[in-house]
Write a protein that binds this ligand. Structure first.
Ligand code: ASP
Length: 313
């Protein structure tokens, strides 16, 4: 069972106890895939004393602004009709959550999701309503379809073959978890979804419980890969509940992947991957196909770590 008292206010501890507690919970930022620029941003902020919530938002914003990442934010691949539509969500240690789906023309959907969480009585805003809300909140409209993404889409239109390639395209969603100096956990997930998806399609990434879930008494989990499969298993919620029951982050991620492997006869044809961290700062990850990695920033070290997988290919 994970120590629930780790987030208790430091003032109640003697210096000796405080040292042992902070060494167990020194800040950590982890993110799906090799997004070390994002974990560096979030990790440095955490070591400067930022809250997990601020760090996780700023961390994933690095990838939202990265034009080379065609699965997140600006530069994201469009749907089959040429629309770049973004999905994102965020959760704070107090259990609050915000989400936007099918948001167009706003570079940082995670920040809109945070505004939904903090400024509205709702959890999720979609489409035109989400865009109107973003503009009211001062976000600026921007064309997110880069010339490169447009060219690739036009090339795709020639054959219109819809077949996401495992680990190569369509799977660069960033899901991030941050553990701050107080031992509090926050998480975020942001994506442009699957390239050339149907107009209106929303995947797992902005869905609380699927692409992201956390409970500050237990830990958190994020997902990437074929959103349809992750939605059906509500994978991130499942992982947090398994950790609550005493499983390690690694064991919990493995069980979540196995739910899909055991139920979906098509599992060899798509990738799903989970990344989890508990309150003690233990990290685990698991996926169907080899090739998924996660970035981790801890005590000045920023690393890319291969995940274990169900299949060896
Ligand atoms: N999970 C995302 C989605 O299905 C895709 C990804 O991870 O890249 O929208």
């Amino acid at each position: 069972m994970v120590g629930v008292a780790l987030g208790t206010a430091p003032s109640v501890f003697s210096q000796t106890n405080l040292n042992s507690i902070t060494s167990k919970t020194s800040p950590i930022a982890v993110a799906t895939w090799n997004f070390q620029n994002a974990t560096k941003m979030a990790g440095s902020m955490l070591y400067d004393g930022a809250s997990a919530l601020d760090a996780v938002e700023k961390g994933v914003m690095v990838e939202e602004a990265n034009l080379k990442n065609t699965t997140v934010g600006n530069g994201g691949a469009p749907d089959r009709d040429g629309n770049v539509t973004l999905d994102a969500c965020i959760m704070s240690p107090d259990g609050n959550a915000g989400s936007v789906v099918y948001l167009k023309e706003i570079e940082h959907p995670v920040s809109v999701a945070r505004k939904v969480m903090e400024e509205t009585p709702h959890v999720m805003l979609a489409g035109e309503g989400a865009l109107q809300f973003a503009i009211q909140q001062g976000f600026k409209r921007k064309n997110l379809l880069t010339p490169e993404s447009e060219t690739a889409w036009k090339e795709w239109l020639k054959k219109k073959e819809y077949k996401p390639i495992i680990n190569i395209e369509n799977h660069d969603t960033i899901g991030m978890l941050c553990l701050d100096r107080n031992g509090d956990i926050a998480g975020a997930c942001t994506t442009s979804g699957l390239a050339y998806k149907m107009n209106g399609r929303v995947g797992d990434s902005p869905i609380i419980g699927a692409g992201l879930y956390l409970d500050n008494e237990v830990g958190g989990a994020v997902a990437t890969g074929m959103g349809e499969a992750i939605l059906k298993s509500v994978g991130s919620f499942l992982i947090v509940e398994l950790m609550r029951q005493g499983k390690s982050p690694q064991e919990a991620c493995e069980e979540a992947v196995m739910r899909t492997v055991n139920k979906d006869p098509d599992y060899k044809n798509f990738q799903i991957a989970f990344l989890a961290m508990n309150k003690a700062g233990e990290v685990g990850s698991y996926c169907i196909h080899k090739g998924f990695t996660y970035a981790k920033y801890h005590e000045g070290e920023n690393t890319n770590n291969p995940s274990s997988s169900y299949l060896e290919e």
